[in-house]
Design a protein around this ligand. Structure first.
Ligand code: FAD
Length: 570
C-alpha cells in the first residue's frame, strides 16, 4: 500500500531512513503559529526558507513532493486529502491515505496530528524520530519507570542528572571511549573550560551564507505577512538554510572554532557575540544536521589534530588568558577559581590548530549530554513543566528585554545580540538573560515565551527545559540549585563590568550593580525553598552573616532596581 512520508519543518534531512521507505513526501508549511506571537524575523525566514529549499532539494533527488502552504496543519491536510481521495487515485478502495511521520518533539503533537489525519479518514503511523541520537526506549532503560517527573507546583517527584546520562550515552554510543574508559581518563574537563580571552585575542568569526533568491523572497514575504520582533533586515541573517551549507558550517567550526571552543566556552566579550561557539543549533534543530554528525566530526578532528587537555593555548600568550571560575561557585562572594592549564603555542601557518581534549569533550557533552538530556526531561516533565513555578515568581519581563534599552552593559549586550541575530551564546542565555529574569522575579512561562520567539534555534521542546527548569528554577527536576548569581560571575567571565555605569563592587545605594541586591534579595525571599536544597549551604552562610541594617539596604536597593527596570529606566 502507498505510504506518504510526512516531514515536519524541523525534520529537514534528505538522508533519513524514513524517506527510503516512502512512496512520496508531504511537507506542510503552516503559518498560523507565527500569527500568535511576534517572532524574530530571522527565525521565520530561517524556518520557511529552509523548508522551501528542502522541498527543492528533495525534488531534485527525484522524490514526489507535495508542498502545501496553509494556516494550520488541519487546512494543509484538507488540501492534501482533497488530492488523494480514492477517486483521485482512480482506485475503488475507499480507505484514506496512509502517512508515516517521525514522532514530533513537541509535547502531544504526535497524537494531535494523528487525530487530524483520522478525522479526514486517513491513518498516521508515528515512528521514532531519527534526528535524535537516543530514543525514548533508551531513556527508559536508563531512567527506569516511574511516576510523573514533577508535581503541579513544579517540585520534582523524580530528579534526573545530566552528568550520569552523559556518561551512559558516551558508553552506549561509544563516543570518545577507549576500551570502556573515557579517552584521557576523565569524563569531564570542565575545569579547563572557564577562562576569558585576553584583549588581543581574535575569535575565528562567524561563517555566514549569502541569502539566495529563495531566501530573499521568503524574507520579503515574512516581513509583509507577519508582525515580527528584532532585526528585520537581511544583512545579518547568514544562517545555513540547506544541508550543504549546514555541513560547511560544521566543517568551518571543526577547523577554526573547535580549538578554542572549550577554553572560552563560558566567556563573554563586549562586541563579540559568537566567540568560538559552533552556531550549529539552528541547523541541528531544523534537522539539516543529524546530531551524530558534529559529534563524529569532532571525534575525527581529535584523532587527526588532538592534543592533551589544555595543551593548546589559542591566544598564543602562554599565560592562560584569564581567570578560571566555575559555575559551581557562581554565588555572590565565591572566591576566584584557579588558573586553568596553559601551554602549547598557536600554529602560525594555515594548518588548522590542534584540538585539545577539553574542547572536544566539552563539545560532545553539549550535544549528547545536554541536548539529548533536555529532550527526554521535557518528555518526562510535560505538561507540568511548561507552567512549573515552584518559587511563585510572577513579574512581567522588564521592557529592556524587548528594546534592549538599559545601562546594564551585560544585559544590553545580550539582548542586543538576540535582537540583531536571534542568537546569544549559552552563558549569555543562562548567566545574564535568564539569571537576571530569575533574580528579578519574572514569571518562568513569560521568560520561556520570550526565548521562544526571540531565538532562531528555539522550539518548545528545547527552550522549555532550558528556560523553565535550568534558567528559572521553576522546578528542581534537573538541577538541585538555581543558576542565580550576583554581578560577580559576570565580572569574572566578561569585560562588561569595567565599562558599565553600575559598580559591580557595590551592592547597595544608587549606582550599585543591579544584579547584586537582586541576588541577595532573591536568596532571602526564597529561603524556605532554597536553604535546604543541594549545594546552597555556602550561599546561606553568607546570608546569615548579614545584619538587619545590611538587609534593609539590600531590600531598598532591590525594590528600587525592580521599579527602575519595570519602568524601563534601568
Ligand atoms: P555551542 O556552544 O556551540 O554548543 C554545541 C551544541 O550543543 C549546540 O549547537 C546545541 O545543539 C547543543 N547544546 C548545548 N547546550 C544545550 C542545552 N542546554 N540544550 C540543548 N542543546 C544544547 N538551545 C537550543 O537549541 N534552543 C533553544 O531555544 C535554547 N534555549 C536556551 C535557553 C536558555 C535559558 C539556556 C540556558 C540555554 C538554551 N539553549 C537552547 C541551550 C544552548 O544555550 C544553545 O543550544 C546554544 O547556545 C546554541 O549555540 P551554539 O550552537 O553556538 O552552541
Amino acid at each position: 500500500d502507498r505510504t506518504t512520508c510526512w516531514l515536519l519543518g524541523d525534520q529537514l534531512n534528505p538522508d533519513l531512513d524514513v524517506l527510503d521507505r516512502a512512496d512520496d513526501v508531504l511537507l506542510i508549511e503552516a503559518h498560523g503559529f507565527a500569527d500568535r506571537k511576534p517572532y524574530h524575523a530571522h527565525k521565520l525566514t530561517l524556518v520557511f526558507s529552509a523548508m522551501r529549499h528542502f522541498r527543492d532539494d528533495l525534488r531534485e533527488r527525484g522524490y514526489d513532493v507535495t508542498y502545501v502552504r496553509a494556516d494550520s496543519f488541519g487546512e494543509g491536510l484538507d488540501e492534501f486529502f482533497a488530492d488523494r481521495r480514492p477517486e483521485a487515485d482512480g482506485g475503488d478502495d475507499d480507505s484514506g491515505p496512509h502517512l508515516r511521520l517521525m514522532r514530533p518533539a513537541g509535547h502531544g503533537a504526535g497524537e494531535r496530528l494523528r487525530e487530524l489525519v483520522a478525522e479526514r479518514g486517513g491513518t498516521l503511523e508515528l515512528i521514532d524520530n531519527e534526528l535524535f541520537w537516543t530514543t525514548p526506549a533508551d531513556w527508559r532503560e536508563w531512567a527506569g519507570d516511574g511516576e510523573a517527573a514533577i508535581g503541579e507546583d513544579g517540585a520534582a517527584e523524580r530528579t534526573f542528572r545530566q552528568e550520569n546520562w552523559y556518561r551512559h550515552v558516551r558508553r552506549e554510543a561509544d563516543v570518545l571511549m577507549d576500551d570502556g574508559d573515557p579517552v584521557g581518563g576523565e569524563w569531564n574537563y570542565d575545569d579547563l573550560n572557564q577562562e576569558t580571552p585576553p584583549d588581543d585575542w581574535t575569535p575565528p568569526g562567524r561563517p555566514t551564507f549569502e541569502p539566495d533568491e529563495l531566501t530573499r523572497e521568503t524574507h520579503a514575504w515574512v516581513r509583509e505577512r507577519f508582525d515580527t520582533w528584532g532585526n528585520d533586515a537581511l544583512d545579518e541573517f547568514g544562517w545555513a538554510v540547506t544541508r550543504e551549507e549546514a555541513r560547511e558550517a560544521l566543517d568551518r567550526f571543526v577547523r577554526d572554532g573547535l580549538p578554542a571552543f572549550g577554553r572560552y566556552e563560558d566567556a563573554m566579550v563586549g562586541g563579540e557575540p559568537f566567540l568560538s561557539h559552533s552556531l550549529l543549533s539552528p541547523a541541528i534543530n531544523l534537522g539539516l544536521l543529524d546530531p551524530r554528525e558534529p559529534v563524529r566530526a569532532v571525534e575525527r578532528a581529535y584523532a587527526e589534530r588532538g592534543v592533551e587537555p589544555g595543551a593548546y593555548d589559542p591566544d598564543d600568550h602562554g599565560d592562560g588568558g584569564g581567570t578560571a571560575t566555575s559555575l559551581d561557585e557562581f554565588g555572590g562572594d565565591a572566591a576566584d577559581g584557579e588558573d586553568g592549564a596553559t601551554g602549547g603555542r598557536a600554529t602560525e601557518s594555515d594548518e588548522p590548530a590542534p584540538v585539545p581534549l577539553n574542547a572536544v569533550e566539552g563539545f560532545v557533552r553539549q550535544v549528547i549530554g545536554w541536548r539529548e538530556f533536555m529532550r527526554h526531561v521535557y518528555r518526562e516533565a510535560m505538561p507540568e513543566l511548561a507552567d512549573a513555578n515552584q518559587l511563585d515568581q510572577e513579574r512581567e519581563l522588564p521592557p529592556a528585554y524587548w528594546d534592549g534599552e538599559t545601562d546594564m552593559r551585560c544585559l544590553s549586550e545580550a539582548v542586543g545580540h538576540v535582537r540583531e541575530f536571534g542568537y546569544a551564546h549559552h552563558i549569555e542565555r543562562l548567566m545574564v538573560l535568564s539569571n537576571f529574569a530569575l533574580v528579578y522575579g519574572a514569571d518562568p512561562a513569560d521568560v520561556n515565551e520570550w526565548f521562544h520567539l526571540g531565538f532562531v534555534d528555539a522550539y518548545h521542546w528545547v527552550t522549555t527545559p532550558n528556560v523553565v527548569a535550568m534558567g528559572s528554577f521553576g522546578t528542581d527536576v534537573l538541577s538541585s540549585k538555581p543558576y542565580a548569581s550576583s554581578g560577580n560571575y559576570v565580572n569574572r567571565m566578561s569585560d562588561h563590568c569595567a565599562d558599565c555605569r553600575y559598580a559591580v563592587s557595590r551592592t547597595t545605594g544608587e549606582g550599585a550593580c543591579p544584579f547584586n541586591a537582586l541576588y541577595w534579595d532573591f536568596l532571602k525571599e526564597n529561603e524556605e525553598t532554597l536553604r535546604g536544597t543541594g549545594r546552597m549551604g555556602l550561599m546561606y552562610s553568607h546570608v546569615d552573616n548579614k545584619d538587619d541594617e545590611e538587609w534593609a539596604a539590600i531590600r531598598e536597593r532591590a525594590d528600587r532596581v525592580r521599579e527602575l527596570a519595570g519602568d524601563g529606566e534601568l
